[in-house]
Design a protein around this ligand. Sequence first.
Ligand SMILES: C[S@@+](CC[C@H](N)C(=O)[O-])C[C@H]1O[C@@H](n2cnc3c(N)ncnc32)[C@H](O)[C@@H]1O
Length: 216
Amino acid sequence: MHYAALTFVGMCFKRQLFESCYDSCMQHIEEPYLRHRRARLVRGLQGKILEVGVGTGVNFEHYSTEAQVIGIEPSEQMLQQARLKLERAPAAANITLHPIGCGDPALETMFEPQSLDYVVCTLVLCTIPDPVAAVRQFKKWLKPGGKLIVLEHIRSEKRLSAGVQDFVNPLWKKVAGGCHLNRATHKMIPEQGFLLEREEHFKVGIPFYEAVYSRR
Ligand SMILES: C[S@@+](CC[C@H](N)C(=O)[O-])C[C@H]1O[C@@H](n2cnc3c(N)ncnc32)[C@H](O)[C@@H]1O
């Protein structure tokens, strides 16, 4: 077989492997570091909410029945797992799932400008191919005063650690479903005109970041 075809098959296999192992790989950091943050960020939300790249649906259990959640996720394998979690979610009736991702032209027409109360991004701005374009779109769709909710790993402020992130990133992207280890998401979001309401930096080996931004 041609080398390019072999590489393609290899990449598909790795992506499938990553997606099928996602929950079990994440288990070690979910319970001690992330689950309580997801709950804190999501449980009080009311109104029309876009959750971007829902993955296997780990946030679903935290939404209240006051939330109207539109979840988007381009990977069918992730969506299959998300549908199973949805069955057990208290707000299941208020959560809809759509097989689409940021950058997809069909997403352009899914929302009216200034129609969303919240956009939720957890561990996804690291993976979206063009996060700046995505955040600009979120700003367009959010109502004035609407909130962008973020839980992401980020680029280290320390030169040596950031250098290690840069070095490891090409391999990491291949084995972790397109995730970038080295994005400075905490700097990129305010650069797009969002106002920081609160932020918390923490570490899970690499730097992580929990924040709430509001649209002017
Ligand atoms: C690391 S997982 C995080 C899943 C989930 N948000 C969480 O908190 O566990 C990244 C997710 O982003 C999804 N994704 C990749 N490209 C995307 C895009 N262009 N738009 C939206 N989601 C995307 C992937 O399929 C994957 O499910």
